[in-house]
Design a protein around this ligand. Structure first.
Ligand code: FMN
Length: 130
């Protein structure tokens, strides 16, 4: 199969959770209506987000929302998440993503903060004196 699991070997042989079959979500969110911006954060499996992320995105209406892909990875960065979320979140704007190497997560604070500021997700509060 062309898009069969290929990273280094499946921890759960026979389960197609990286490609092909999207698993169900045990406790689905009722709605994302109240959010204008959604961070879709996951590890990277087989150079894309695990299929359960597709279950989530296809189960909600992202029209008019801004979506930021956020990944941990070993070497694939954002993988194909920008393209995949463009497809599975029709009507959404795909904003700048953030990719952090899994092994470097503990030291990634400054890079994460700078990404949060660059994307406008983190802003300094105006001072009390204005
Ligand atoms: C099943 C599986 C597939 C993976 N495929 C990739 C991949 O294609 N590219 C990559 O850079 N990392 C890959 N990784 C590494 C994970 O992205 C990395 O371990 C993870 O983001 C770190 O988060 P964790 O500590 O929750 O595992 C894979 C890991 C697993 C378990």
């Amino acid at each position: 199969m062309a898009d069969e699991f290929c990273w280094p070997s499946s921890p759960v042989p026979g389960r197609t959770t990286t490609t092909g079959t999207a698993p169900t979500i045990a406790t689905p969110l009722p709605s994302i209506d109240q959010y204008d911006t959604v961070l879709l954060a996951s590890g990277i499996w087989n150079v894309r987000a695990p299929m359960i992320m597709t279950t989530f995105t296809e189960g909600h209406d992202f029209t008019g929302k801004t979506v930021h892909p956020v990944t941990t990875h070993a070497m694939s960065g954002l993988g194909t998440t920008e393209r995949d979320y463009t497809r599975s979140c029709p009507g959404a704007t795909i904003g700048e993503g953030l990719a952090v190497r899994g092994e470097e997560v503990r030291d990634a604070g400054p890079a994460i903060e700078s990404w949060l500021r660059r994307t406008g997700l983190l802003q300094d509060r105006p001072s009390a004196t204005g």
